[in-house]
Design a protein around this ligand. Structure first.
Ligand code: URA
Length: 263
């Protein structure tokens, strides 16, 4: 067991306390603060609990249990800061819900990707465990997400993410300010494809390694908004809407099932 904050202590970065989250053990973690309210309301009756920096928090109810929805902003550093403080106020299960770029032909725009592991192309997780340490998801949470996607007949894929600190060079995108990708990253997209990785995103490796280092659980579900076998561009808003509707539905069903099962 790690450090537990006093019930009324408002934590410095996330701006919320243990008593504000009413015993919530699960947190859904979107990157985008703008997605929090809709996500919380889609889960059940919801109320805002805090808004500080990139951490916008709403509390919702699933099967009579409080569930926190808290944004993390983009990338590993803010994920880890959020997780440190969320763990101190009692969160034990972290489920990232976000967007991703597919790198395999079979993973279509709007599909769901459930990541069972991640390539650690981030810097933050290096501060928690050496590079040889794997970034892996909780089997229990991942299975619940898979089962929910199956039950809801949402097209989904399970596999490995490449979690990069950068949207451009780390994901071998050339449509950047300079158009330059450093030598060591040139050809990396092809290599990840050959190794069967499914997608690029920016948070999952940090999430998995930090959760494991805490002895807590994490899982990750993303909607595909870019298809890198076709283009470097992010798809238009209707694809984004479809992808978010799907990860919202799947995450809700998985939470219902987990909480009903007393997990
Ligand atoms: N998020 C990413 O990190 N990459 C993409 O291509 C799309 C979403």
């Amino acid at each position: 067991m790690g450090k537990i904050a006093a019930p009324d202590e408002v934590l410095y970065h996330i701006g919320i306390s243990a008593q504000m989250i009413k015993g919530a053990k699960y947190a859904l973690l979107p990157g985008d603060p703008g997605r929090v309210e809709a996500l919380a309301k889609a889960l059940g009756p919801a109320e805002p609990v805090g808004c500080h920096r990139e951490y916008t928090s709403w509390l919702s109810q699933v099967e009579g249990e409080a569930v926190l929805v808290c944004s993390t902003g983009m990338g590993g550093p803010s994920v880890a800061i959020g997780m440190e403080e969320l763990a101190c106020i009692g969160i034990e299960n972290f489920i990232r819900v976000g967007t991703t770029g597919s790198i395999q032909e079979k993973v279509a725009l709007g599909d769901i990707v459930i990541n069972k592991a991640a390539v650690r192309l981030d810097g933050t997780s290096q501060h928690y465990a050496p590079t040889a340490f794997p970034a892996v998801a909780s089997l229990e949470l991942t299975y619940a997400l898979q089962q929910a996607a199956k039950d809801l007949e949402v097209p989904y894929h399970t596999g490995i993410s490449v979690s990069s600190d950068t949207f451009w060079p780390g994901q071998e995108r050339y449509d950047s300010f300079t158009g330059y990708v450093r030598k060591t990253l040139q050809g990396s997209l092809k290599e990840w494809q050959a190794l069967g990785a499914l997608n690029y995103e920016m948070e999952t490796a940090t999430l998995f390694v930090v959760a494991q280092s805490f002895g807590l659980k994490a899982a990750s579900i993303c909607g595909v908004v870019a298809k890198r076998t076709d283009s470097e561009q992010v798809a238009p808003a209707d694809t984004y809407r479809l992808a978010s509707e799907r990860f919202q539905l799947v995450a809700k069903r998985a939470l219902q099932d987990l909480i009903k099962a007393g997990k």
